[in-house]
Design a binder for this molecule. Sequence first.
Ligand code: F6R
Length: 248
Amino acid sequence: MRIYREKDYEAMSRRAAQIIAAEIAHNPACLLGLATGSTPEGAYRYLVDWYKQGLLSFKDVRSVNLDEYVGLAPDHDQSYRYFMQSNLFDHVDIDPANTRVPDGLTRDAKAFCDEYDAFIRAQGYVDLQLLGIGRNGHIGFNEPGGCFVKETHVVDLAESTIDANARFFASRDDVPKQAISMGMGAIMGAKKVLLCASGEEKADAICGSVLGAISPSCPASILQLHPDVIVVVDEAAFSKLAAAGFQA
Ligand code: F6R
C-alpha cells in the first residue's frame, strides 16, 4: 500500500487524476472502475481539463461504475449515471457504449448483478479501480456487516450512509434505501486500486482501513490484502494516521 499525503482536497484531486491519466496513457483501452460522490469530483474536473487541452483521450477507455441507487432512473439528477454523465462522460471523448453503470431500474436484480460480474470477469477485471470511502468504512456500497460480500448485489444502505447522502436530496426521506453495488470480488480483482479521501470526517475510516483489523465491520480494511493499493488523502483525512504515528 502506497500512501500519498496531500495538502488539501485540490492537491488530492490532482494527484488522483494524475494516477488515472497515467493509467490511460499506459493502456489506452483500459477498463476503469469509477466512483461517484464528492470525493472524485475534483479528479474528474482535472481529467476533463486535460482532455480539453488535448493531453489525454478516452477514445478507447472502457468503464464500469461501482454502484447505483435502486429506483432512480438514469436521468434522475441524483442517479449515479447522471453524475457520471455530468461530471465526466459528457465532456470527454469516451464512447457511451463503453460505459457501464448499474441499472437502478432493473426488474431482475439477481440476473443483472450476475451479468455485471460476468462482464467484469470476462474483461479480465478492472485495470484501475477508483474508490471513495464512507465515514463508516464502506467502499462501493459494501456496508459494515458480518461478512464481506463477493458478488455485485443489492444492498440495504446503512442509516449513517442515508444521513451522509441526504445532503444531495431535498429531504432525508427522498434518499433511496437500497443500492446495487459491486461486491468485494470485483473490487479485489482489480489490478490496481486507488482509494481517495478528503476531510476530517474520513480520518477514522482511513485509519481503520490502513491500520485496523481486517474485518467486515470496516469494509475498506480488506484492501490491506490487495497487492497494489494507492491511497491518496489530504491532511485532514490523514490526521488519525498521523496521530497513530504513521509516516507518509
Ligand atoms: C460512490 C461510492 C461510495 C462513496 C462514499 C464516499 O460511488 O461508491 O462508496 O465513495 O460514500 O462518498 P463521498 O465521496 O460523497 O464522501
